[in-house]
Write a protein that binds this ligand. Sequence first.
Ligand code: ATP
Ligand code: MG
Length: 260
Amino acid sequence: MAEIPESHPRRKSLISRKTIVEATKKGLLADSAMIAHGRGEAFDYLLGEKTSQIAKLSIKESAARLISAKSPVISVNGNTAVLAGKALIRVAAVLQCPIEINIYYRTKERMKLLYDFLELQKLNVSKERNPDKWKGDWGVAVMSVRILGREEDGRINGLEGPRAICSAEGIEKADVILVPLEDGDRCEVLVSLGKEVLVVDLNPLSRSAKMATVTIVDEVSRMADLLLEYVIADSSNVTKWNNNSALKETLKIISNNLDE
Ligand code: ATP
Ligand code: MG
């Protein structure tokens, strides 16, 4: 990314945009991925492109709920895989939970491309040094993370057609699901099935954001690095989370940005 100067104030955002464009060209993402990303960029701009205090609290809360879960799973779509795949593999390695590929426009080709992409990232991550403060055999922990999704042997009761397809060992079985960039419909059904749904969405007013058990209003790759720190710190302190008031606080941040 040499053509984006180091000093550019919005360098990280421009790099992410490039990552999305290139992954689309490679066939990893549907065309609509760019529209979803653009919408996210707009909200991130309004939020000052940084992780707010309330977002930090929501990430901590999510970490606690993932740690306390019986069958946690991290569900990733294409955008999440290319922007935060590596970081979420690290989180899954610490939690020892599977990652499930779950995409809106499901095709065999794209599922395979994303699967191969994540398996390669897994291999790369397994060669890294232990993350800060984490003890154990990192290579073994990373390589034991299962990448689910292609087996299509599970169903989400209450949804029709391809949107209902999932993995029996992943989303179907899970009690706590981290789903960055989920669509509102599916989020609602997962909650109605009694699952805890932890959503990452930069739009605090999206249906997913309003439906979720805990909404992390933050950019997915930024939040993934923090989530790793929090799952390593092992703060399994689940609270009575008031998601609605957290969303209201986020909206205040947007309007207060005018005064800065
Ligand atoms: P809903 O059905 O929940 O109302 P939607 O139709 O508004 O969803 P989608 O088209 O599914 O939304 O778009 C994906 C959502 O993901 C958008 O709300 C966007 O703000 C958010 N988003 C996009 N990129 C990122 C990112 N990198 N990090 C976090 N959130 C993102
Ligand atoms: Mg949404």
